[in-house]
Design a protein around this ligand. Structure first.
Ligand code: ZN
Ligand code: ZN
Length: 410
């Protein structure tokens, strides 16, 4: 069977930049292998969610995998929790969390608990097995001061207020349903308040924290959930397309989206999510994953970091790394493998945030209708044979080329 790779350079799209002589980073970077991919492939522009829509990375990837983000995206929590390996099931309410430091009056002294890096696994263990009425409470630590929380039970809602006041010297807020008549959300709010209170009671004298206090470090003596969402019911990727998918990515959020639809998560220890990441190690993992999967989604993060940092040269440097990655992929994939290269959104350097500008897209592989585009840039791809497509069109285009789709009609 044919194979497919969807390689996403996070936030790659850009606008003309004054310091680059009115060119975009893609137009300045020397990327002979990506240009070769474009010259041998079919190109176009892509609106990941919709024309002019400013996409987040999570919503964009939901759309790139062919799911409607307006239908399935209920907040960051469920995907964040899935991304750290928690099994979120339909109807759960999931949150992202911070370990923080509070005083005895629940006033926040440090939102990130001294950027704690060790011992959070032991703190999480101490929080195991909690229940509030009939609701199960499941917490897991993530990297540094982060974690995720699942509240599991019947009839839960997520239209609730935050407990995290988002600044220090303020008191931890009481979680409330936004609509006082919303019973499902009131139930969730009760469990959240219970969890926050219990976290303080259990963690304030925990040995990990007593040791931190002794060392002059801020204790991680409370856990604050935010960004709650009800776990959506999304069709399994393999069932939807008839192909088995894996994800080789650098961030928990992208892994979370992939895990949520049942894809295999492949970890690359050398992938840091920063400028120093190892794209070749990721490419090797993609090739390896294709041995027992039909499709791999891969996301390289740092082009987006460069956009947020207003660092055009950082974006250009990342492009060189991605160019080497694409060279490796082109040289090592089997003959019947398709490579799609694109971005999940633009992160224009001068804007330092995501924009709704469409991104360049290229599809390379056997029997694609090669067009006249010779280089992979936003402006050159605008003249390509794919014209302007939507993120949700990508998987149908790919599964058609792979010839794994059922025919619609007689
Ligand atoms: Zn992104
Ligand atoms: Zn971003």
């Amino acid at each position: 069977m044919a194979k497919g790779i969807l390689l996403v350079a996070d936030g790659l799209g850009d606008r003309p930049i004054e310091s680059l002589g009115g060119k975009t980073p893609l137009e300045v970077a020397k990327i002979p292998n990506i240009d070769k991919l474009a010259a041998e492939g079919e190109n176009g522009l892509l609106d990941t969610i919709g024309v002019g829509v400013r996409a987040g990375s999570d919503t964009a990837h939901i759309s790139l995998l062919g799911y409607d983000p307006y239908k399935y995206y209920t907040g960051r929590g469920p995907f964040e929790a899935a991304g750290i390996g928690m099994d979120v099931i339909e109807g759960d309410v999931a949150f992202r969390c911070n370990f923080s430091t509070v005083d005895e009056n629940m006033v926040i002294l440090d939102r990130r608990a001294g950027r704690i890096t060790t011992g959070t696994d032991q703190l999480a263990k101490a929080m195991a097995g909690l229940k509030c009425d009939d609701m199960e409470i499941i917490f897991k630590e993530s990297v540094a001061h982060r974690g995720a929380l699942i509240i599991r039970g019947k009839n839960l809602g997520a239209n609730i207020t935050d407990t995290d006041p988002h600044h220090e010297k303020a008191k931890v807020l009481v979680c409330k349903p936004i609509d006082p008549n919303d019973e499902a959300s009131a139930r969730t709010a009760k469990a959240v308040n219970f969890f926050v209170q219990k976290s303080y009671e259990i963690l304030k004298d925990h040995p990990v924290n007593l040791e931190r206090i002794e060392k002059g470090l801020n204790p991680a003596n409370v856990i604050l959930p935010r960004g709650g969402g009800v776990g959506p019911s999304m069709e399994n990727f393999e069932k939807k397309y008839g192909i088995k998918g894996a994800c080789v990515s650098e961030t928990g959020l992208i892994n979370g989206v992939a895990k949520y639809v049942g894809m295999t998560i492949v970890d690359t220890p050398e992938a840091t999510g920063g400028y120093d990441t190892n794209c070749i190690a990721m490419a090797k993992n993609i090739i390896k994953a294709l041995e027992d999967h039909d499709f791999v989604l891969s996301n390289v993060k740092a082009a987006d970091v460069a956009g947020h940092d207003n660092n055009p040269n950082g974006k250009i440097d990342m492009l060189r790394k991605i160019d080497a990655m694409i060279k490796y992929l082109m040289e090592n994939v089997s003959k019947d493998t398709y490579i799609i290269f694109t971005a999940d959104h633009s992160t224009p350097c001068e804007l330092m945030d995501h924009s709704g500008d469409p991104v360049a897209v290229c599809i390379w592989g056997k029997d694609v209708r090669v067009d006249d585009v010779k280089e992979f840039t936003e402006r050159a791809c605008a003249k390509g044979g794919l014209c302007r497509i939507n993120g949700q069109n990508l998987l149908p285009i790919l599964t058609n080329l792979m010839f794994v789709q059922d025919k619609f009609g007689a």
